[in-house]
Design a protein around this ligand. Structure first.
Ligand code: HEC
Length: 174
């Protein structure tokens, strides 16, 4: 197919070929590749088989490079820390209190009270995994008060959960 198409000088015939390259998706991509072919034609005034092969190889290289790019959605350590701090203020302080004493404004009617993070005995006996579980799945799932809410959205953000554990651990008395 490449060979027979290469005998013509009409760019229009080559465009669909490039679009058929697996993974070359999206309007912008197509536009770019279309332009690249057009540039080749302008300079060479003719399209030969080699050139088309080279262009197709180039798109494959670009795909590989794009696939190797790190996932820009994954938060950096600093971003996860910031997100956790913000979350702690917006989701936890209302019950656990600014100072982690378990006496936030939402705690007054609760029985049992929200955990006092400054309780050294509790800190010494609870594992990081237990803290993570109660944060993601809530108190009920851990045999604790169902008032301690789950944050299911954090199941896909382990780095933010780790930072929340660090915040809780930060109230440990010295
Ligand atoms: C609606 C009030 C409320 C909110 C909001 C809340 N908690 Fe709690 N939390 C509780 C209560 C009540 C308990 C005590 C459960 C028990 O002892 O049975 C608790 C217990 C805990 C414990 C101790 C679990 C254990 O193993 O003893 C941790 C850790 C904790 N919460 C973390 C958090 C974090 C982090 C947030 C924010 C993402 C949060 N909580 C939000 C009410 C709340």
């Amino acid at each position: 197919m490449l060979l027979s198409a290469a005998n013509t000088h009409d760019i229009k015939l080559f465009e669909p070929l490039l679009h058929a390259v697996p993974g070359v998706r999206g309007h912008r991509h197509r536009e770019l590749h279309g332009r690249r072919v057009a540039r080749h034609i302008d300079t060479a005034r003719a399209v030969d088989c080699q050139r088309i092969h080279a262009i197709v190889a180039l798109t494959a290289q670009e795909q590989a490079a794009a696939a190797a790019e790190p996932d820009s959605q994954a938060p950096s350590g600093a971003e996860a820390k910031g997100e956790a701090e913000q979350m702690f203020r917006s989701r936890c302080v209302v019950c656990h209190g600014e100072k982690g004493l378990g006496n936030g404004p939402g705690s007054t009617a609760l029985n049992p009270k929200p955990r006092n993070y400054t309780d050294g005995t509790w800190q010494a006996n609870v594992t990081d995994d237990q803290i993570k579980n109660v944060i993601m799945y809530g108190g009920a799932a851990a045999g604790k008060s169902p008032i301690m809410p789950a944050s299911p959205d954090l199941q896909s953000k382990p780095e933010v959960v780790d930072e929340l554990v660090k915040i809780v651990r930060g109230f440990r008395p010295h």
